[in-house]
Design a protein around this ligand. Sequence first.
Ligand SMILES: Cc1cc2nc3c(=O)[nH]c(=O)nc-3n(C[C@H](O)[C@H](O)[C@H](O)COP(=O)(O)OP(=O)(O)OC[C@H]3O[C@@H](n4cnc5c(N)ncnc54)[C@H](O)[C@@H]3O)c2cc1C
Length: 396
Amino acid sequence: MRIGIIGGGPAGMMCAIKAGENHEVVLFEKNEKLGKKLFITGKGRCNLTNYTDEKDFMKNLVRNPSFMFSSIYSFSPFTTYYYFEDLGLPLKVERGNRVFPASDKSSDVIKTYEKKLRQVGVEVRLNTEVTSIKKDGETFILNGREKFDKVVIASGGISYKLTGSTGDGYKFGKEFGHKIIEPKPGLIGINLSNNFDLAGLSLKNVELRVEKDKKIISKEFGEMLFTHRGISGPIVLTTSSKINRLNDFELYLDLKPALSKEKLDSRILRDFEDNQNKNIENVMRNLLPRDLIAYVLDSAKIPGDKKINQITKEEREELVKIIKNFKLIFASLDDIDRAIVTSGGIDVKDIDPKTMESKLVKGLYFIGEVMDLDGLTGGFNIQIANSTGYSCGINL
Ligand SMILES: Cc1cc2nc3c(=O)[nH]c(=O)nc-3n(C[C@H](O)[C@H](O)[C@H](O)COP(=O)(O)OP(=O)(O)OC[C@H]3O[C@@H](n4cnc5c(N)ncnc54)[C@H](O)[C@@H]3O)c2cc1C
């Protein structure tokens, strides 16, 4: 068979490697080199996968985890780890089971794919954008002239467009009758409309909570930071992926998640007893980052220069409430072009999860981020690309 694969990211490269073992494969990449997005992953170090089992992998998927069941068992994170090591790429495992090349260079990951592509004889066509896919009987015709028996779309999502992921796969999918789940930014900063001047302030051991109709939608504990536009950092990125299809929700920060309301109140009472004649803004320094104090006191409607011995019980209770429920006013998610992953894309309901073949068009396949699949940070998104690429490749 002659197979055309559109997109030289991890999904397209993995698929080309496996399909190339048995077929004539042409890998089309519109950029001057393969893996342009891969190159910038993990801050240039490429968090290739997560050293964990299939069940844990599933827990780190935000959309359609059950779709991944078959392909993740075919090419699991552990298999991926040893696959790359066997190809001559030494790896290491860091905090949170994150896997990186031992060299800390994403370029070494790309070189590993390239070497294998050469070994199996895949024809890599760089600087070649696929602009049209037509089907004539059983044959696909790319760019009006080249014929293929099968076509695989591995064109990625629609973020960091300079890397080449400009959403072409959605256009092709639509032309073949596929439903596109509206692409939204995932793993992205959140813009706020609070009037904060806190850019650069980072917080540890806090909890970011999302509520809709008084129900908790998401609760993330860990680190975050304030930016010029709002908030970012690990717990914010995770939260963004969970709320990107929601409207009308509320965001709260628990600044002392380790303390219950009662414990926090006793802690504040103790601080107050020891500092009866001081201004509250100074006493709060024992409890909160200095830059946040004015905003917290303002929300609790307590003047910063009020003496502790004049603070009423009601004011103290309000203070406790605000520290546990510091309101952040959601404005928007940051721009999709800055998203680490695109949430949305080709609806997986129309894709066979074992082979990645379209259920609507025989011989047409979709793999990687172009589909409505996205994971959290930790190597899960490249694993989605590799596992779906692998499953498609071996089934081809
Ligand atoms: C800054 C950043 C850091 C990230 N870090 C990590 C990380 O450490 N770990 C992790 O797991 N994930 C990470 N991700 C996410 C990860 O990079 C993607 O999920 C993954 O690259 C998706 O792989 P893919 O092969 O599906 O698509 P892509 O990697 O986007 O590749 C698609 C390719 O298709 C090509 N293409 C598109 N249209 C056409 C066309 N019409 N003709 C020819 N070629 C075309 C593009 O040029 C591109 O090279 C990061 C993403 C970003 C933006």
